[in-house]
Design a protein around this ligand. Sequence first.
Ligand SMILES: Cc1cc2nc3c(=O)[nH]c(=O)nc-3n(C[C@H](O)[C@H](O)[C@H](O)COP(=O)(O)OP(=O)(O)OC[C@H]3O[C@@H](n4cnc5c(N)ncnc54)[C@H](O)[C@@H]3O)c2cc1C
Length: 601
Amino acid sequence: MHDDLIPRRDIQFQLYEVLDAQGLLQRPRYAEHSRETFDAVLDTATRIAVDLFAPHARLVDEQEPQVVDGKVVLPEGVQAAVRAYCEAGFLSASADEAAGGMQLPVLVTQACLSVFRSANVATTSYVGLTASNANVIEKFGSPVQQARYLQALRSGRFFGTMALTEPQAGSSLSDLRTSATPRSDGSYLIKGQKIFISGGDHELSDNIVHLVLARLPDAPPGVKGISLFTVPKFHTDEQGRVGARNDVALAGLIHKCGWRGTTSTMLSFGEQDACVGELVGRPHEGLACMFHMMNEARIGVGMGAIMLGYRGYLASLRYARERVQGRAPSNKDPLSPPLPLVAHADVRRMLLAQKSYVEGAYGLALYAARLVDEQRTESDPQRLQEVALLLELLTPVVKSWPSQWCLEANSLAIQILGGYGYTREFPVEQYWRDNRLNMIHEGTHGIQALDLLGRKVVMKDGAALAAMHRVVTANIAEALEQPPLVPLAQALQTAWQDVSDSVQALRVPLQTDGEAVLANAHLFLEAFGHTLLAWTWLRQATVAQQALSRGTDTDADESFYRGKLQAAQWFFRWELPKVAPQLALLRTLDDSHRAMQDAWF
Ligand SMILES: Cc1cc2nc3c(=O)[nH]c(=O)nc-3n(C[C@H](O)[C@H](O)[C@H](O)COP(=O)(O)OP(=O)(O)OC[C@H]3O[C@@H](n4cnc5c(N)ncnc54)[C@H](O)[C@@H]3O)c2cc1C
């Protein structure tokens, strides 16, 4: 089982060789740490993930959460796993030391989370949501709210949720109806229905703190009239002590295609007109507060997709090495021994495609995590602004590209296992089902595409794209100094130019006929995502090439770096060429699907 979790060698490569995690130690916030402490927490994460998360990953798929006597019952193993996670301090791994946290870089915390996610994505969701919830309360909560909830959330005594979606308001949060009526004591009566709320009910913690979006009576229509509230399952006093039940009722559990281990709930707030909540932040500014949580959550979604892809890749690699079948096309002797699957070129193609998707995407997601560290610790205002722009630009891609392409990796893993891959006797079909969620939640794929093309690349007169341009061109220049990488660097230069030219060409149409451009926003998400993946591969290839030029100590290291170079080459030859025709099509403003009439379907 341990062999199939994300390999430590790749984590080390990404952290220390590509992303310079040690460079973060220069910053006062992280000065108390060292590579040894980073490695020690990764060791602890691996131990808990292997011993307590991985063993029930299948069980939570087979035994969905159930309601028994009004309580949500989860399969055995979940409680012990999340308790060990909390006791080891992972819930507050990157929180301030003064607040009881470990003050680890977000980069290292995300690397630890990737270990847990690769072991069991569904169980990790409970703690992931709780950490994000605590971050929102820390940033926007009043001192009283912080006293009530923060320590309890950071220690895992309470867990948290994000409750946005309503039956009639999914992608369109402007249509939210849940209401918040002020009471004389400064609290609010909350009333409404929420659907699909992950971790919305369970017995894993003493309390559940829901962060609920609702409207005040005087709220303007649309997203500018949405406020944020804490709504605990149990009333809580200012020392964090739990009292009577609040009026939050579990209206039902949702039965899903995958990701079954995380409870998905329909929640009723205020059925008895007695659901009490408290405003977080300022009235009508709830969405901005919630986005603070959602941006992190979106990096988390991307990371979950990558880890499911990674698991499928490793499982299919192991299978392809063990299963023998067929002979080389040139071998006509039926009595000769059959070959392992991995010897067949088409199987290697599918393995290399998976490797290029998952390891490339992992590099991108960890790059975004490192930007969060820079955002927390940078003192130069100009650099700070640049980092914020980069994060805004990259977030929809970090969420969406892995959701699409690491799902494709899972499909390839099933293909490699052939008929066995399609059965429930092997784990790869579960990875695909689990992963299929990621294009849907935290803003669907289509909505992310609209955000990227309609807002992010053109905002502030293209400042975010310009910031990314500086990063990409610096890495191209570095790669051009390595002769074997010149073709890759040149190919990325061409693709990046094409992206920039296309955005430039679409600038006016976006203003004059935005709907025509945005009708094909998905094309841009894909083309831009592929270009960024090529960029992360160029970075990884540069490091690998430098290491090989210096000479490696072991055969395993030599193979590791050669594998990186081969995956980079594959991505550049097979995937990056897809970008130019996509951008060309985008620039035509093709209206085939937009012009299609409802009656013609
Ligand atoms: C397992 C699971 C867990 C979830 N967890 C949570 C949670 O913890 N908290 C929470 O609040 N929510 C949660 N959600 C809800 C999730 O965020 C929503 O399902 C998602 O935002 C989409 O909303 P919807 O399902 O209503 O789909 P819809 O909004 O109806 O969208 C359906 C389709 O139409 C497209 N579409 C919609 N509007 C547009 C538009 N303007 N332009 C172009 N295309 C459009 C979408 O892209 C999508 O393909 C969860 C959902 C699931 C399935």
